[in-house]
Design a protein around this ligand. Sequence first.
Ligand code: UTP
Length: 298
Amino acid sequence: MSSENRKPVKKAIFPVGGLGTRFLPATKAMPKEMLPVVDKPLIQYAVEEALAAGIEELIFVTGRGKAAIEDHFDRSYELESTLKDKGKTALLKMVDETLLPAGKVFFTRQQVPMGLGHAVLCAQAMALNEPVAILLADDLILSSTPCLAQMIESYNVVGGNLIASMEVPRDHTSRYGIISPGEIKQNLTEVTGLIEKPSPEKAPSTQAVIGRYILQPEIFDHLIAQEAGAGGEIQLTDAMAKLIGQQPFHALKFEGRRFDCGDKVGFLEANLAFALNRDDMREALKTKIGELLLAPQI
Ligand code: UTP
């Protein structure tokens, strides 16, 4: 492998231009990525994960109605001065932690939500021909080591392209991009093919791609050339598939639990899991869940 394929990953793309139709009416005027899990918006979890993995530049691909994301990571003078005046230092610190490094944050708009691949393509000029991490905020992961940090550790060994993956039940393969597996070394699988949402009979494995990627800049060449695929959208999976055979391509079975927060049940499950994981909420929540399970349906 050439050293070209192992440049450090310092930039992350956050595609947040989708319409979030599965969460209507909540997402009519509010970005899906601002939905809170317990007390923090999904996008903040993704940003914190990226920063914890050593990412230095953050590129948000937004769309209409997504201004709240930009505001969330900016100063909020009125709020900050009120908290200061009232001596609420813990809350002030919490608000302060949402600020991102000046000059290292970029916002661009995807004018029409033409798919994840198209959203990533919108970030090309800012990626400056370097490898990029891509994080989908609606894939939320509860783990002891942040998922992207696990990926960077593996990337530093194998280089090239790396995607996060997990085993799914065979009857769920049509919900995911699925990997054709090659050589397997511990938690790393060589990827020899990728297929978007195959039926259980056609799925080459039950190893599914989830929303964390490290991709080499050649991905943009394939995205530019990409015709619209399933649903009239430009699919990231189709462009990634073209890198296979040209560059190293691996899938990492990460340690942790992933929640699909783009789906209502997955989102509720994430709220429960993250709250149960917190010492300040666990016992009270367990009691409430017990009560709810016994309560009659209305
Ligand atoms: P989804 O496939 O969940 O689509 O996108 P969506 O539009 O957000 O939601 P539904 O299916 O209508 O409910 C996965 C990620 O890719 C981004 C989304 O913002 C989300 O973070 N995305 C998707 C874009 O940035 N642009 C697109 O055109 C599509």
